[in-house]
Design a protein around this ligand. Sequence first.
Ligand code: XIL
Length: 373
Amino acid sequence: MESVNLEVLQRFIRLPGILLILGIAACSLTGIQTPIAKPALTVQPAQAPTLRSLAQSRRFYIGTTVNVNALRDEAAYSATLAREFNMVTPEVSMKFSETEPQRGIFTFAQADYIVAFAQAHQMQVRGHNLVWYTDLPAWLTNGKFTRAELITMLRDHIITEVKRYRGQVNIWDVVNEAMGDGTLRDSIWLRGIGPEYIDMAFQWAREANPQARLFYNDYGGEGLGRKSDAIYALVKGMLQRGVPLDGVGLQMHISLNSYPNQKDVLANMQRLAALGLEVQITEMDVKTQDDARPMQAKLAAQAQLYGEMLQTCLSVTACTAFVMWGFTDAHSWIPAFTGRPDYPLIFDALYRPKPAYFALVQALSQSTRVGVK
Ligand code: XIL
């Protein structure tokens, strides 16, 4: 109170409340100070909360994938990342083709860079991923190997990578996208080893780092339906067999005209939680390209989807993180993947927050959750 000029305070008090609120809102939107507040108020205006600060106080993780080149080259990228998030997933730097480009020769420089950034900024790292059907090095896809050789190669790969980041990477997507539409997807691992490659991968990851939480991660099984039933049956079977599985990642690559129903996502999270599993939304983005509405309407609809998905996750204690597959429209995998421009993320290409960003702020602000870290 002492540091506030009384005259100014009196002027504030005389203002009708609505004007004051409008003024503060205008200030925070434009970053412009009101003439009234300028001369004598020495009290610093409160910093707007960030996604990170809101998540942190709820012991929740808000995350994004990281493009290592943008992190190295763009100051706005690294500044926004550190300010808004407390969890990161390397976009490609920990994948098989990046980390073992030649048999038995491991390259971790890119992954190390991201992990060092995360440590310097007190962020958790989701290791992504150890076993996948794609992004494999040519020596592996072009070679001819016996079952025993494939088992040895996969084991060496997993043990080497997980051990390297012991104490730094506490969550791993051990197996990524193993499920097709109801049955296991064809892959070098399924063909060469058999369906037991999944159990084996989790056992090796646990052996390499007994502290890490081990996830099965997939897309298209976020709500209810054939694929999510198949994933549910897969993970339930793994638990019954004593496989060290701690959680399921729901990727959530959706679009404005194709997304799972909230109630189904909630029910799916709850049934996974009932198995004793942790759940995380791991790769959310919302494509806008197939929607004919004007941009403003599209961005509002996108915001609603982001907000609802976060709200759903926050309402389930077992859902411990909400991670997006990027944060700025300047760096999204969607345009390359679809061959068309898109705006799927929560900051625009100039790092300005979009309506979706504010929907996340609102969902976090309204959550009364006090989770477990
Ligand atoms: C994508 C990356 O974003 C691309 O840069 C890369 O070329 C291919 O992989 N599901 C996943 C992610 O689990 O690893 C994928 O990432 C996107 C879909």
